[in-house]
Design a protein. Sequence first.
Length: 259
Amino acid sequence: MVYDYEYFKKEIYSLTTIDLNAYKEKQMKRRIDTLIAKHKIVGYDKYVQALKTDKVLFEEFVGYITINVSEFYRNPEQWKYLEETVIPELIQRFGKNLKVWSAACSTGDEPYSLVMALSRHIPLQQIRIYATDLDKQVIAKAKTGLYGEKSIEGVPEDLKKKYFTKIGPSYKIADEIKARVDFHQHNLLKDTYPTDCNLIVCRNVLIYFTEEAKDEVFRKYYQSLAKGGMLFIGSTEQIMNYREIGFDRKSSFYYVKPM
């Protein structure tokens, strides 16, 4: 039997419920082949067997394919727009008890950035972020709240001084910020989405998805938003068919569900 990539995708789905068909095949296959070669394992079948028996290898694989690259206030000008324009508009529309979902939140940089951005307009105790990711390992890291210097480079200086403490080479985010975020495991391609969200943030994740998978997720986001709610995506992830889905475009990275 030839253990090809099709076999591998089926085995991975049964092991993890991650559907590799939803990812751009050329990119993903190259990443996986590189990972297999790193461990000097020959063949997809041998690698699948190793994943079934080696917990460390399995966790490394899940972390690797879910591509967890993140940083605080990534693309600062877009966060400035969020603080100065989007949040005031949402407060005017919905009040200060906003329902905010940080999807594919990775190591927590994004939901914690959201708390800090919202704190300029809303008392901390009123802020609640629902944050989700597919990878349990990165959720555990997010809950720890320890970051390297590079991760926090984009944080405005006043917030950096207020909410981060240097511990050795790392920076620990304040417990009062951590307390505002609820982390949960969630598969964007399989699990039920929250409803009546006022703001959904999902950035620089869908670029790895096929066009079909992207379209499915954007449509689900539309359904997940309350009328007048907004979707904040990465600057390289324009929704080309936003009108067909039902969105109004506020900018290339902000989309609104009409009232």
